[in-house]
Design a protein around this ligand. Structure first.
Ligand SMILES: *Cc1c(COP(=O)(O)O)cnc(C)c1O
Length: 225
């Protein structure tokens, strides 16, 4: 079912209020937490309802899908900030960087190198997060916990990337808090301020525990088909 404008506006307000409350419970301010509305699978008409309600940060997980929806929306709303939250193939880097402002899923040297090289060529680098596979799941992207410090150092020292922070997706069914705590520990010891963590089921816990970016889809747009 396509949500209505008032439903989307109400969901955004509700999620925002819950983030603010959770951040305060963690001794922080809601202003420290950027809400990324994850619009993957949803058509441009639905995304426009969120834009009309004032939402400006959006997340997509596939370059091709984003290319079909976002150039027109970005032309209409130039202050949109688009976040890539899904895996990125090296041969899609150029396309991705022409559209996305923030990449959350850097997890291997060749990808870091391709992003850095493209940035040097165009003079425009995205904001970069390293994805950490905190649950050490085979099917999931992200650098393994034990390799994280070395990979962060390689991104900086070998590829010359300025990193904003770390990102994780806890395993389905696991309590998320230990994963969030691990990500925060790794970020701290690498001098990284950004923490991209928390989805519809756990964004309040994430906001309480220090998330700077929460990625919320279904709580805003409804269940994906
Ligand atoms: C789809 C997705 C989300 C949003 O998931 P919801 O449960 O719908 O909030 C967040 N992060 C990533 C990486 C995703 O792929």
């Amino acid at each position: 079912m396509t949500p209505t404008a008032s439903q989307i506006a109400a969901h955004l307000a509700e999620v925002r209020a819950r983030i603010d409350k959770a951040a305060r419970a963690g001794g922080r301010s809601g202003a420290d937490v950027t809400l990324i509305a994850v619009s993957k699978t949803h058509p441009a008409e639905v995304i426009e309802l969120a834009l009309a309600a004032g939402q400006r940060h959006f997340g997509e997980n596939r370059v091709q899908e984003a290319e079909a929806k976002w150039p027109a929306l970005k032309a209409k709303y130039p202050d949109v900030v688009l976040h890539l939250i899904g895996g990125l193939q090296t041969n899609k880097v150029k396309d991705a960087l022409s559209l996305f402002d923030v990449i959350h899923t850097i997890d291997r040297p060749r990808l870091a190198e391709a992003i850095a090289r493209h940035g040097a060529e165009t003079g425009a680098l995205p904001v970069c997060f390293v994805q950490v596979n905190t649950g050490e799941e085979d099917q999931k992207g992200g650098v393994m916990p034990l390799d994280t410090d070395a990979f962060v150092a390689e991104c900086r020292d070998v590829h010359g990337l300025t990193l904003a922070g770390l990102m994780c997706i806890p395993p389905v069914g696991d309590p998320p808090a230990p994963h969030f705590a691990l990500l925060k520990k790794f970020a701290r010891r690498n001098g990284l301020a950004g923490l991209s963590m928390g989805m519809s089921s756990d964004y309040e816990k994430a906001a309480e525990m220090g998330a700077t970016h929460v990625r919320v889809g279904s709580a805003i747009f409804g269940a994906r088909g």
